[in-house]
Design a protein around this ligand. Structure first.
Ligand code: ASP
Ligand code: MG
Length: 246
Protein backbone atom coordinates (compact mmCIF):
# COMPACT_ATOMS: atom_id res chain seq x y z
CA UNK A 1 0.00 0.00 0.00
CA UNK A 2 1.44 3.32 -1.00
CA UNK A 3 0.67 6.55 0.75
CA UNK A 4 -1.14 9.23 -1.14
CA UNK A 5 1.25 12.18 -1.11
CA UNK A 6 -0.49 15.46 -1.85
CA UNK A 7 2.50 17.77 -1.87
CA UNK A 8 6.27 17.64 -1.82
CA UNK A 9 8.57 20.00 0.04
CA UNK A 10 12.30 20.23 -0.54
CA UNK A 11 14.29 21.55 2.39
CA UNK A 12 17.98 22.24 2.57
CA UNK A 13 20.16 22.58 5.67
CA UNK A 14 23.55 24.24 5.27
CA UNK A 15 26.80 23.25 6.96
CA UNK A 16 26.39 25.49 10.02
CA UNK A 17 22.95 23.96 10.71
CA UNK A 18 24.41 20.44 10.87
CA UNK A 19 27.80 21.21 12.40
CA UNK A 20 27.44 18.81 15.34
CA UNK A 21 25.40 15.79 16.41
CA UNK A 22 23.07 17.70 18.70
CA UNK A 23 22.10 19.98 15.80
CA UNK A 24 21.51 16.95 13.58
CA UNK A 25 19.20 15.52 16.24
CA UNK A 26 17.34 18.84 16.54
CA UNK A 27 16.86 18.99 12.80
CA UNK A 28 15.53 15.44 12.77
CA UNK A 29 12.84 16.61 15.24
CA UNK A 30 11.94 19.57 13.02
CA UNK A 31 11.61 17.28 10.01
CA UNK A 32 9.48 14.84 11.99
CA UNK A 33 7.03 17.71 12.58
CA UNK A 34 6.45 18.44 8.89
CA UNK A 35 6.54 14.98 7.37
CA UNK A 36 3.10 13.44 7.45
CA UNK A 37 1.11 11.24 5.14
CA UNK A 38 0.08 14.18 2.98
CA UNK A 39 3.48 15.85 2.74
CA UNK A 40 6.47 14.22 1.07
CA UNK A 41 9.79 15.63 2.24
CA UNK A 42 13.19 15.56 0.57
CA UNK A 43 15.90 17.02 2.79
CA UNK A 44 19.14 18.12 1.15
CA UNK A 45 22.13 18.43 3.47
CA UNK A 46 25.56 20.03 3.31
CA UNK A 47 28.70 18.64 4.90
CA UNK A 48 28.98 19.20 8.67
CA UNK A 49 30.42 22.60 9.60
CA UNK A 50 33.85 23.16 8.10
CA UNK A 51 34.24 19.57 6.86
CA UNK A 52 34.64 20.52 3.19
CA UNK A 53 37.47 22.95 3.99
CA UNK A 54 39.17 20.33 6.17
CA UNK A 55 38.90 17.75 3.40
CA UNK A 56 40.48 20.18 0.92
CA UNK A 57 43.33 20.86 3.37
CA UNK A 58 43.95 17.12 3.68
CA UNK A 59 44.20 16.70 -0.08
CA UNK A 60 46.61 19.65 -0.31
CA UNK A 61 48.94 17.91 2.12
CA UNK A 62 49.21 15.07 -0.41
CA UNK A 63 49.42 17.14 -3.58
CA UNK A 64 49.14 20.78 -4.58
CA UNK A 65 47.37 19.72 -7.76
CA UNK A 66 45.31 16.60 -7.00
CA UNK A 67 43.46 14.96 -9.93
CA UNK A 68 40.06 16.65 -10.13
CA UNK A 69 38.21 13.37 -10.41
CA UNK A 70 39.76 12.12 -7.17
CA UNK A 71 39.01 15.46 -5.52
CA UNK A 72 35.32 14.87 -6.27
CA UNK A 73 35.45 11.35 -4.84
CA UNK A 74 36.87 12.89 -1.69
CA UNK A 75 34.66 16.00 -1.50
CA UNK A 76 31.44 14.04 -1.92
CA UNK A 77 32.14 12.12 1.31
CA UNK A 78 31.42 15.21 3.44
CA UNK A 79 27.74 15.25 2.51
CA UNK A 80 27.51 11.46 2.86
CA UNK A 81 28.46 11.74 6.52
CA UNK A 82 25.63 14.21 7.21
CA UNK A 83 22.98 12.41 5.18
CA UNK A 84 23.55 9.02 6.82
CA UNK A 85 23.66 10.48 10.35
CA UNK A 86 20.48 12.51 9.77
CA UNK A 87 18.70 9.47 8.39
CA UNK A 88 19.74 7.50 11.50
CA UNK A 89 18.47 10.31 13.73
CA UNK A 90 15.12 10.25 11.89
CA UNK A 91 14.83 6.45 12.25
CA UNK A 92 15.55 6.78 15.94
CA UNK A 93 12.52 9.12 16.18
CA UNK A 94 10.38 6.54 14.38
CA UNK A 95 10.37 8.46 11.07
CA UNK A 96 10.80 6.13 8.11
CA UNK A 97 13.73 7.51 6.14
CA UNK A 98 16.45 6.72 3.63
CA UNK A 99 19.59 8.60 2.60
CA UNK A 100 20.60 8.83 -1.05
CA UNK A 101 23.69 10.19 -2.81
CA UNK A 102 23.35 12.68 -5.65
CA UNK A 103 24.02 9.83 -8.05
CA UNK A 104 21.24 7.72 -6.54
CA UNK A 105 18.90 10.72 -6.88
CA UNK A 106 19.59 10.82 -10.61
CA UNK A 107 21.48 14.12 -10.60
CA UNK A 108 23.27 13.86 -13.93
CA UNK A 109 26.02 16.39 -14.67
CA UNK A 110 28.64 17.22 -17.25
CA UNK A 111 32.20 16.01 -16.56
CA UNK A 112 33.68 19.30 -15.39
CA UNK A 113 34.98 17.91 -12.12
CA UNK A 114 34.85 20.24 -9.07
CA UNK A 115 32.50 22.63 -10.87
CA UNK A 116 30.04 20.44 -12.74
CA UNK A 117 26.76 21.67 -14.16
CA UNK A 118 23.55 19.71 -13.79
CA UNK A 119 22.35 18.51 -17.19
CA UNK A 120 19.32 16.57 -16.07
CA UNK A 121 17.61 15.25 -12.95
CA UNK A 122 15.97 11.83 -13.11
CA UNK A 123 14.37 11.67 -9.68
CA UNK A 124 12.62 8.28 -10.00
CA UNK A 125 14.25 6.73 -6.95
CA UNK A 126 13.40 9.78 -4.83
CA UNK A 127 9.78 9.67 -6.03
CA UNK A 128 9.54 5.94 -5.28
CA UNK A 129 10.84 6.35 -1.74
CA UNK A 130 8.57 9.34 -1.06
CA UNK A 131 5.62 7.33 -2.38
CA UNK A 132 6.53 4.60 0.14
CA UNK A 133 6.13 7.24 2.86
CA UNK A 134 9.82 7.78 3.50
CA UNK A 135 11.63 11.01 4.17
CA UNK A 136 14.46 11.12 1.64
CA UNK A 137 17.73 12.62 2.89
CA UNK A 138 19.88 13.74 -0.02
CA UNK A 139 23.60 14.45 -0.06
CA UNK A 140 23.89 17.92 -1.58
CA UNK A 141 26.66 19.32 -3.79
CA UNK A 142 27.16 16.14 -5.82
CA UNK A 143 26.06 14.33 -8.91
CA UNK A 144 27.24 11.76 -11.39
CA UNK A 145 28.59 12.52 -14.84
CA UNK A 146 27.30 10.84 -17.97
CA UNK A 147 30.61 8.92 -17.77
CA UNK A 148 29.43 7.60 -14.39
CA UNK A 149 32.05 9.40 -12.35
CA UNK A 150 31.11 11.25 -9.16
CA UNK A 151 31.14 15.02 -9.63
CA UNK A 152 30.67 18.04 -7.36
CA UNK A 153 28.83 21.24 -8.20
CA UNK A 154 31.19 23.97 -6.93
CA UNK A 155 31.35 25.52 -3.45
CA UNK A 156 27.93 26.14 -1.96
CA UNK A 157 26.49 23.65 -4.46
CA UNK A 158 23.98 22.10 -2.05
CA UNK A 159 21.68 25.04 -2.80
CA UNK A 160 21.80 24.02 -6.46
CA UNK A 161 20.98 20.42 -5.55
CA UNK A 162 17.94 21.55 -3.55
CA UNK A 163 16.54 23.77 -6.27
CA UNK A 164 17.20 21.30 -9.09
CA UNK A 165 15.48 18.58 -7.09
CA UNK A 166 12.55 20.85 -6.24
CA UNK A 167 12.09 21.55 -9.96
CA UNK A 168 12.34 17.87 -10.93
CA UNK A 169 9.89 16.80 -8.21
CA UNK A 170 7.50 19.62 -9.00
CA UNK A 171 7.76 20.58 -5.35
CA UNK A 172 5.42 23.09 -3.78
CA UNK A 173 8.40 25.00 -2.41
CA UNK A 174 12.08 24.91 -1.70
CA UNK A 175 13.15 25.98 1.78
CA UNK A 176 16.79 26.92 2.37
CA UNK A 177 17.76 26.84 6.06
CA UNK A 178 21.03 28.37 7.22
CA UNK A 179 22.44 30.58 9.98
CA UNK A 180 20.90 33.71 8.45
CA UNK A 181 17.21 34.58 8.42
CA UNK A 182 17.11 35.80 4.84
CA UNK A 183 18.24 38.74 2.77
CA UNK A 184 19.02 42.27 4.00
CA UNK A 185 19.62 45.55 2.17
CA UNK A 186 23.20 45.41 3.52
CA UNK A 187 25.23 43.09 5.75
CA UNK A 188 23.49 43.41 9.17
CA UNK A 189 26.75 42.50 10.91
CA UNK A 190 28.37 45.64 9.47
CA UNK A 191 25.50 48.08 8.84
CA UNK A 192 23.12 48.73 11.74
CA UNK A 193 20.42 50.27 9.49
CA UNK A 194 20.35 47.18 7.26
CA UNK A 195 16.73 46.26 6.59
CA UNK A 196 15.37 42.73 6.24
CA UNK A 197 13.67 42.06 2.91
CA UNK A 198 10.57 39.83 3.17
CA UNK A 199 10.51 39.25 -0.57
CA UNK A 200 12.81 39.91 -3.53
CA UNK A 201 12.97 39.00 -7.20
CA UNK A 202 15.38 36.46 -8.73
CA UNK A 203 16.99 39.33 -10.61
CA UNK A 204 17.61 41.38 -7.48
CA UNK A 205 18.97 38.33 -5.66
CA UNK A 206 21.38 37.62 -8.51
CA UNK A 207 22.64 41.20 -8.47
CA UNK A 208 23.20 40.97 -4.72
CA UNK A 209 25.09 37.64 -5.02
CA UNK A 210 27.46 39.10 -7.59
CA UNK A 211 28.08 41.98 -5.15
CA UNK A 212 29.25 39.45 -2.59
CA UNK A 213 26.13 38.65 -0.55
CA UNK A 214 26.39 34.92 0.12
CA UNK A 215 22.85 34.04 1.07
CA UNK A 216 22.45 31.71 -1.90
CA UNK A 217 24.71 30.12 -4.47
CA UNK A 218 24.30 32.22 -7.65
CA UNK A 219 23.96 29.19 -9.93
CA UNK A 220 21.15 28.03 -7.70
CA UNK A 221 19.28 31.33 -8.11
CA UNK A 222 19.69 31.09 -11.88
CA UNK A 223 18.19 27.60 -11.75
CA UNK A 224 15.24 28.73 -9.65
CA UNK A 225 14.59 31.59 -12.06
CA UNK A 226 14.61 29.28 -15.07
CA UNK A 227 12.31 26.76 -13.39
CA UNK A 228 10.20 29.34 -11.56
CA UNK A 229 10.70 27.79 -8.11
CA UNK A 230 9.91 29.98 -5.08
CA UNK A 231 12.76 29.86 -2.56
CA UNK A 232 12.13 30.48 1.14
CA UNK A 233 15.31 31.38 3.02
CA UNK A 234 15.11 31.02 6.80
CA UNK A 235 17.28 30.69 9.86
CA UNK A 236 17.38 27.14 11.25
CA UNK A 237 17.61 27.94 14.94
CA UNK A 238 16.22 31.52 15.09
CA UNK A 239 12.83 31.30 13.41
CA UNK A 240 10.86 34.45 12.65
CA UNK A 241 11.99 36.32 9.56
CA UNK A 242 12.14 34.80 6.12
CA UNK A 243 12.89 36.08 2.64
CA UNK A 244 10.94 34.69 -0.28
CA UNK A 245 12.75 34.84 -3.60
CA UNK A 246 10.44 34.59 -6.59
N1 ASP B 1 29.87 21.36 1.43
C1 ASP B 1 29.99 22.16 0.23
C2 ASP B 1 30.72 23.45 0.51
O1 ASP B 1 31.15 23.68 1.62
C3 ASP B 1 28.67 22.40 -0.43
C4 ASP B 1 27.69 23.23 0.35
O2 ASP B 1 27.86 23.43 1.55
O3 ASP B 1 26.70 23.67 -0.23
O4 ASP B 1 30.93 24.21 -0.39
MG1 MG C 1 27.62 25.79 2.56
Amino acid sequence: MENHILKIIVRKYGGSSVSDLSKIKKIAKKIAEVADKNTGVAVVVSAMGKTTNQIIEMAKKISDDPPRREMDMLLSTGERITMSLLSMALSKLGVDSISLTGSQCGIITDDRHNNARIIEVRPFRVQDEIAKGKVVVVGGFQGVSYKRDITTLGRGGSDTTAIALAAALNAEKCEIYSDIDGVYTADPALVSEAKHLPEISYQHMQEMSTNGAIVLNSQAVQFAKEKNIAIYTRSTFKPGNETIIR
